[in-house]
Design a protein. Structure first.
Length: 294
């Protein structure tokens, strides 16, 4: 837990009132398009691939008039043997106003730094900005301040998904009921939330379903794709069975035909492109939040 307000490794680093102010300012930024941080510098350092997260932080910064400096791991001194930790410590020594980091292992910050640090996804641990934008998209969809009485089903590789780990924490803080559906090797160790292992066990209407990509790059055991597709892919029949108002979400990148069918991904009750759209404003709100604390 980081209490300086500008180190966001986990959703736990934000208080309830900070989250509700962030959501309000994401709404304001979406509706106003103001540039106001003309001297600030955002640095992005992604040691794992990214499309949406990095570009949406960079878009958010451009919208706010913040300068952007992008670290490129492939052309960096990492090819000369420098570690991720040592690289991060050197980037912090340059004192950008904000550093967004994505890396393969848990993000730990030991240096006291002037820089606001935001976790852009660390291994299987957390992805706080994805959870913020997902929950923002849900509260907007339900036109509410929280997710009281909403049942959210998370399907797929929950064990290896940093998106799921941050979302489970944040959904619960917003009072949602969370149910996980996953094959045994993809279930979490924690038994705090109900785990189902078959679609047949999903009981009653679901308000939103979050589909997850199988994190093949993080699996130690073999993965039987055809069995996963047969038993866990969100196809149109399964989606319809969740209820006539259920919306579908996915953080991307999607493997169409594995965890979700094309028909569901492009369904009129799909919020998938809304998530990407909202991501820019939620990240802009978080950049402002960190700059206000510098
Ligand atoms: C996710 C990630 O990198 O954790 N993508 C994202 O940030 N939108 C999900 C994934 O890789 O499956």
């Amino acid at each position: 837990m980081h209490s300086d307000g500008k180190t966001i490794i986990s959703v736990d680093d934000l208080s309830d009132s900070q989250i509700s102010r962030l959501f309000k300012s994401a709404r304001d930024l979406r509706d106003q398009n103001i540039k106001k941080h003309l001297n600030a510098v955002l640095m992005t350092a992604f040691f794992e691939p990214s499309t949406r997260t990095r570009l949406s932080f960079e878009m958010a910064a451009h919208r706010l008039g913040i300068h952007v400096s992008t670290f490129d791991a492939s052309s960096s001194s990492m090819s000369k043997g420098e570690s991720e930790e040592e690289t991060i410590s050197n980037l912090l020594a340059m004192q950008p106003d904000i550093l967004v980091v994505r890396k393969k292992t848990p993000l730990k910050i030991s240096d006291a730094s002037k820089t606001g640090i935001i976790n852009g996804g660390d291994g299987t641990n957390e992805h706080p900005t994805q959870a913020l934008l997902d929950c923002f998209t849900l509260v907007e969809h339900f036109q509410s301040d929280n997710l009281k009485n909403k049942r959210i089903l998370i399907v797929g590789d929950v064990r290896h998904s940093r998106v799921a780990h941050s979302n489970i924490k944040l959904l619960k803080r917003l009072f949602a009921e969370v149910v996980v559906l996953a094959p045994a090797p993809f279930q979490m160790d924690s038994l705090e939330i109900p785990h189902l292992s078959s679609f047949d066990d999903v009981d009653g209407p679901i308000d939103a379903v979050m589909c997850l990509r199988v994190q093949k790059e993080r699996l130690s055991q073999s993965f039987h794709e055809s069995e996963f597709v047969r038993d866990f892919m969100m196809n149109i029949e399964r989606f319809r069975a969740l209820g006539e108002n259920c919306v579908v979400m996915h953080p991307g990148p999607m493997n169409i035909g594995i965890e979700i069918s094309d028909e569901v991904a492009t369904h009129q009750r799909s919020l998938i492109k809304k998530q990407v759209h909202n991501g820019v404003f939620v990240r802009a709100a978080l950049l402002e939040h960190c700059l206000q604390r510098n």
